[in-house]
Design a protein around this ligand. Structure first.
Ligand code: SF4
Length: 339
């Protein structure tokens, strides 16, 4: 959660993606060429501002291994130049599970690929079908196995609140990622205009999640991931991903969605301990890990208010427990005003 490196994102246009995912607002971006010199300029600019932090070139935005071998290899060669010069530590990319095969793996193995992120989205056959995703859970299992056997690290991207999805199928997907992947990203489903999901929403066939529901369901899967030590790299789309444009139609859109989810996780941990220790109607001191203070207190102090109200606490003192690992919290009763 507290990574010290940065990604140098290189957006790969979809070049007319043949798939039909109902939530996708990127299929209309067709025919845009990826100019190697433009990529080089992007990387040069970011390398110049990475100020000593470890950086990776990240080919995101499309299905990197589905763009055609010639272009893919040109981009990998370009990225490798930077790695060979010690300017970046590696290359990462996002792609679809059905765009991984033994040949692709053999190509990737020739480069300093730090991680391949798979758009898993769901491990529920019915959800994938309802989303017209065009691949099955078996494709995902096969892709993960091939990448692992090729010695490559694997990240799993999953979505929350897809058509037909239930909290249980999302937890099942999180368990798959926790058992098989090295990192995760969680994306609550957002509805963009001119997508099939927008039409489904307008016809009343799809109900977008509220922010509150997205937070609860994302926290449910994050608990599974953190419980297994799987690093979660991101929760929710980036601000740059059309969330503030006229393309946004409906769904959980909050500028600090990730913070709300981490706040929910800390609320669950703290309230469970207060309950277990029978602390209520008094003062409480809550020790939390260094660098997690804002997550524990909650956005705008929301956890402080929620916990105080729920347990009738007259005073709450949050303190940093230096060196405590993430999510280790300890709670104790404190005397206030001689009571
Ligand atoms: S989300 Fe689906 S339709 Fe959109 S670019 Fe990716 S694979 Fe293609």
């Amino acid at each position: 959660m507290t990574r010290r490196h940065i990604n140098i994102p290189v957006f790969i246009p979809h070049l007319g993606c043949p798939n039909m995912c109902v939530f996708c607002d990127q299929r209309t971006i067709t025919g845009t060429r990826t100019e190697l010199e433009t990529v080089r300029e992007t990387v040069d600019r970011c390398v110049g501002t990475s100020s000593g932090r470890e950086a990776e070139i990240a080919f995101f935005g499309g299905s990197f291994t589905g763009i055609g071998e010639e272009l893919m290899v040109s981009l990998l060669d370009l990225a490798k130049e930077y790695a060979d010069r010690g300017l970046v530590s590696g290359i990462r990319m996002s792609t679809r599970p059905d765009y991984i095969d033994p040949h692709i793996v053999s190509v990737l193995r020739r480069y300093p690929v730090s991680q391949v992120e798979l758009g898993i989205q769901s491990m529920d056959e019915d959800v994938l079908r309802a989303c017209r995703r065009g691949h099955s859970p078996r494709d995902t299992e096969r892709a993960v196995k091939l990448l692992r056997e090729g010695g490559l690290s694997v990240g799993g991207q999953m979505m929350i609140g897809l058509p037909g999805s239930r909290p249980e199928s999302e937890k099942e997907c999180a368990r798959f990622i926790a058992d098989n992947c090295d990192s995760a990203r969680i994306y609550p489903t957002v509805v963009f205009r001119d997508t099939e999901l927008a039409r489904m929403t307008e016809r009343g066939e799809y109900d977008p999640l509220s922010v509150d529901d997205a937070v609860i369901r994302s926290a449910d899967v994050l608990e599974i991931l953190t419980g297994s030590g799987t690093e979660c790299l991101r929760i929710g789309l980036c601000d740059s991903e059309n969330l503030h444009s006229s393309a946004y139609l409906a769904g959980p859109n909050h500028p600090a969605l990730g913070e709300l989810v981490y706040g929910e996780i800390y609320y669950r941990i703290i309230s469970a301990q207060l309950r277990e220790k029978g602390i209520s109607g008094c003062g409480a001191e809550i020790s939390v890990p260094d660098r997690h203070m804002s997550k524990a207190v909650g956005l705008n102090g929301s956890n402080r208010k929620r916990i105080a109200g729920e347990f009738g606490l007259k005073s709450i003192r949050f303190r940093v427990d230096p060196g405590a690992p993430p999510y280790r919290v300890s709670v104790k009763k404190i005397d206030i005003g001689g009571n």
